[in-house]
Design a protein around this ligand. Structure first.
Ligand SMILES: [Zn+2]
Length: 183
């Protein structure tokens, strides 16, 4: 493949990723980080591909950055745990040697964007009532790999993996066993 073809392929890939992220209602800033496109260009793509698109709302401002919604109930913890397992599967996060903390596979780029889209789409397909938006998935990713406020843990009852608040003591029970216990 000639260098010009390579460049074209890269451009096409970034463009397709931008469209895919726009469909998931990702914020302009998040799309910019993964595609390298300017915010102006992303707004133009959004406007030309989704003119008067009522269902794709452009979100402004910063991404959410709290862990509360991931740990506030067993149900939420279950959703965050599923999504985290999918992050490992698509390779956007890697297990550290102690297999508890997770780290980023690389800097924000097309590969990260594609992996996030794959994980988010699988989560939407697998969960009966998915409530986390793409931006919340993006926030979960940062809680795991940058801020390290969440980590992976293994349930003492069923040995299943789940996401744990790194700074709070829990009973080392996964959300699924927790729900069963209170049923
Ligand atoms: Zn369990």
């Amino acid at each position: 493949m000639r260098a010009t073809d390579n460049r074209y392929a890269g451009e096409r890939e970034r463009f397709d990723l931008a469209l895919r992220m726009i469909e998931h209602e990702a914020r302009t800033g998040t799309i910019r980080l993964c595609t390298g496109f300017t915010e102006d260009r992303i707004r133009k793509i959004s406007a030309s591909y989704y003119p008067a698109h009522g269902t794709v709302r452009r979100r402004r401002g910063k991404s959410p950055s709290q862990i509360g919604p991931f740990v506030s109930s067993a149900r939420r913890l279950g959703e965050a745990s599923l999504l985290t397992g999918l992050f490992v599967r698509t390779g956007v996060v890697q297990l550290d040697r102690d297999s508890r903390a997770l780290r980023a596979s690389g800097a924000p780029d097309v590969v990260l964007g594609l992996g996030m889209c794959e994980a988010f789409e699988a989560y939407r397909a697998l969960h009966p009532e998915p409530r986390l938006s793409f931006e919340w998935a993006w926030n979960l990713y940062h809680c795991l790999v940058s801020r390290r406020e969440l980590r992976l843990a293994w349930c003492t009852l069923c040995e299943g993996p789940y996401v744990q608040d790194a700074y709070a003591l829990d009973y080392e029970r996964c959300p699924f066993c927790e729900v069963k216990d209170h049923a």
